[in-house]
Design a protein around this ligand. Sequence first.
Ligand code: FMN
Length: 194
Amino acid sequence: MVKVIGICGSPRKNGNTEILLREALEAAASEGAETELVRLAGRDINPCRACDSCKSKGECDIDDDLNEVIELAADADGIIIGSPVYFGSVTAQTKMFMDRTRPLRSNFRLSDKVGGAITVGGSRNGGQETACGDIHNFFLIHEAVVVGDAAPTAHYGGTGVGGAKGDSAEDATGIETSRNLGRKVASLAMKIHG
Ligand SMILES: Cc1cc2nc3c(=O)[nH]c(=O)nc-3n(C[C@H](O)[C@H](O)[C@H](O)COP(=O)(O)O)c2cc1C
């Protein structure tokens, strides 16, 4: 059975990004994948310090809660990263996770995994596509395989509009695109890794 994880980069628990990630994971599960939601909120996480320990020793010198998340990503077959849009890009928490995965690049441990993005902004054109692109670039640099939400909706991934906590539960497009993405990540992960 393939495993698909959803990493939620919102600082708030049970927020809009988490609602859409849960939809995506539920859809992935309906395709037959094992799923797990991983929140960055509430964890002790720190930014990369550019000490290059990952290059010299092959591991990160920072001892915090991100190491567990990084290992979960390395063990998954499909990875969906969800982030609120902050100033047109991903949150600092999401970026910390992305930068800290540098040790995985030394032997390309994310190579051929299936990656997808979910982003939620308070405005309809608040930067969801840009933030999805930031996540896609992360996957491309890791030599992962990037997917958007499947046709016929043709979005960059799960893209939601919502400001107050809980808004995403009423966002039909956000839910539809996230479910499509979850299905696509799981079905391709099964073709590649199943
Ligand atoms: C610091 C900050 C910056 C934000 N910047 C944007 C933005 O550039 N574009 C946008 O559409 N929404 C922006 N928002 C709104 C959030 O993306 C929105 O509230 C989202 O639903 C939060 O997701 P969450 O509930 O998962 O935390 C910003 C919110 C905060 C706190």
